[in-house]
Ligand binder design. Structure first.
Ligand code: HEC
Ligand code: HEC
Length: 298
């Protein structure tokens, strides 16, 4: 009996050592992957500073999530500080930061559209997969607005991931944006903002990072364990069934409350999306309602 227990304990220890070994291998692979140099073909965009670009850029900055992470003033902020070990500070984007102060035209495109820093390092957590399809006009407007932000002192980026997420990143189960993006795609064609499913598909790029490429939802890779899975937005899921009229959907996106008054998780960045105008939200609704029941899963 004693012998059995001893063997049992030894095998348990063996399994633990093995598991720790696997995690360590993953973490080391993750470190190598995080340090790789990503070279992407970057088509620079000429700087703009006309009033139209500044106004459109401000609207996009505030409604597409940039403000949520980088702050209204652009000086950066800590937007996740999870007891499980995930800590993320988005960097200062104003010209008061040493990094951005040295940015050239191509650097903006590389970072926002491709998820790659000027040094060639893949940016972590920043959802560039959501921004890759921005048209040249919209990307130029966004850059114009960010460049117009008054210089402020602020901090550099800091991204600390829990061991498990670092291992999953090493094994390729959690991906950075640069890995998810098809860098060979040409920029999205110019878009006119109208309440149409086509324009809605363009706006829905802002939802991909969490709801997945086919908007089928599911667990958000690398997210803290207490975050609920993102809803399936296709007809295969139940979430969109409660939005049988556009007003109900628009109301939820502005308030964070379902038609029955219950709150949707604040993981959804309502501070940003609540600022989307009637055209964006109306178009988004038409697109979501037109999604095929069987779209590509993540
Ligand atoms: C979910 C949070 C999040 C959102 C949304 C987000 N960012 Fe970021 N951003 C980050 C983090 C975190 C980093 C630092 C990543 C790193 O250094 O690995 C970053 C880095 C950057 C950088 C690169 C700075 C450098 O080191 O070269 C730029 C430029 C930038 N963001 C602009 C934007 C713009 C413009 C938007 C909106 C279109 C945006 N970000 C949306 C979190 C976010
Ligand atoms: C940062 C991650 C994130 C982003 C970005 C995001 N979502 Fe979500 N979304 C979630 C999560 C998580 C849930 C599940 C919330 C819950 O169960 O309470 C959700 C739920 C939903 C729901 C279901 C609401 C309900 O009635 O239960 C809808 C509709 C939705 N999202 C639409 C969108 C649209 C449209 C976009 C893009 C404009 C978007 N989301 C972007 C994380 C996100």
């Amino acid at each position: 009996m004693k012998r059995m227990i001893r063997i049992g304990l030894w095998s348990l220890t063996g399994v633990c050592v093995l598991a720790a070994g696997v995690v360590l291998v993953g973490v080391l692979a993750g470190e190598r992957k995080g340090a790789r140099i990503v070279s992407v073909p970057v088509v620079s965009l000429a700087y703009r500073d006309d009033a139209q670009a500044l106004a459109r850029g401000k609207y996009l900055y505030e409604s597409r999530g940039c403000m949520d992470c980088h702050g209204a003033s652009g000086k950066g902020r800590v937007f996740i500080d999870d007891p499980g070990g995930l800590y993320v500070r988005a960097p200062n984007l104003t010209s008061g930061s040493a990094v951005i102060g040295r940015y050239r035209e191509a650097d903006w495109v590389r970072a926002i559209r491709h998820g790659v820093a000027p040094s060639g390092r893949a940016l972590m957590v920043m959802p560039s997969e959501d921004y890759n399809r921005l048209s040249d006009d919209d990307l130029g407007a966004l850059v114009a607005y960010v460049r117009s932000l008054p210089p402020l002192p602020g901090e550099v980026a800091e991204v600390r991931l829990p061991w498990m997420v670092r291992a999953l990143y090493g094994f390729g189960l959690v991906k950075d944006a640069a890995e998810k993006i098809d860098h060979g795609l040409p920029p999205a064609r110019p878009m006119t903002a109208t309440v149409s499913p086509e324009y809605g598909a363009y706006v829905a790029n802002a939802c991909l990072g969490c709801h997945g490429a086919g908007l089928r939802g599911g667990k958000i890779p690398g997210a803290p364990p207490d975050w609920p899975p993102a809803a399936d937005l296709t007809p295969a899921g139940s979430a969109m069934a409660r939005y049988d009229a556009p007003e109900k959907f628009v109301g939820m996106m502005r308030s964070g409350l379902r038609p029955d008054g219950s709150p949707v998780s604040r993981v959804m960045p309502f501070d940003s999306f609540g600022r989307m105008d009637d055209v964006d939200l109306g178009a988004l609704y038409l697109h979501l309602k037109a999604l095929p029941a069987q779209s590509a899963s993540r």
